[in-house]
Design a protein around this ligand. Sequence first.
Ligand code: UP6
Length: 259
Amino acid sequence: KRVLTYGDRAKLCSHSVAKFLFTTMEDKQTNLALSADVTTGAELLRLADAVGPHICILKTHIDIISDFKPDLVHDLSHLAEKHGFLIFEDRKFADIGNTVKHQYSSGVYRISDWSHIINAHALPGPGIVQGLKEVGLVKDRACLLIAEMSSKGNLATGDYAKATLKMAEEHDDFVIGFITQSKLSNDPNWVHITPGVKLTRGKDSLGQQYLTPREVICDKECDIIIVGRGITEAEDSVVAAKAFQEAGYNAYLERMQKT
Ligand code: UP6
C-alpha cells in the first residue's frame, strides 16, 4: 500500500485550513513550523520575513511580546500572505467553554482575528472545543488538541491521548489535528505536529526534551516539526531554518520509501 503524500492528503481533507497547510507543505517542500519565541514585535517581524520562505507555519506566543500593538498582527498577517505560511497562536487554552470563548475572541490580543490555528488542552472536556468553535468556525479557523507534551514528567499519559483523539473526532469540523509526540491515528486527515525538536537529541534545564527531525517524521510518523531555540538561538536563523527544513523534508521522503 502506497503512503499518501502531503499533496494527496491536501486533496482528501475537508477543512480549508488543513487543505491549505498540506498544499503549502507539498509546494514549498517543508514540514517545518517555526516557534518564533522572541519578545519584541520588531524581532518577530524580522524573523517571520527572513525564515518565511522555509516554513509552513509560524507559531507565536503573542503574550510574551513586551511591546504588543495591534499593528503587529496586521504586519504579521501580511508576511503570512507574502511567504505563504499559516499563523498558529500557541495559546494552549485550558478553561471552560464560556471563558475560552472570550479569551479567543476578545481581550488585548483578539486572537481569532488573526490566528489561523489555535490549540487547546483536552483536560477541561469537550466544552472547551465547543466554546472555541463558536468563535472560530464562522471565521474558518482551525484548532489542534494537545494530546502529548514534550516536557519531562507531564501528566498527559495513559489513556489521555486516546480520549483526546475521541474528542477531536467529535469535532472534526474545527479540530484538524494534534500537538503530540507520536502518531495517534492512521486517518490521513489528522495533522500530527510535534514540538521539542533539535538537530541532536537533548534537553534544557527546565524539563524540555528534544528529539531529532528524523525521529519525529520518519520513526514516529508525525507530519510537522516545531522548532524554537534550534533556530532562534542559532548564529544565523536562516541557515538554521534551512537545515531543519532539509532534515525534516528528507525524513519525510525517507518515510515515503519505507512502507
Ligand atoms: N511546546 C513544547 N512542548 C509541548 C507543547 N508546546 O515545547 O508539548 C512549545 C513551547 C515552545 C516550543 O511553548 O514555544 O513549543 C518549543 O520551543 P523550543 O524548540 O525552543 O524548545
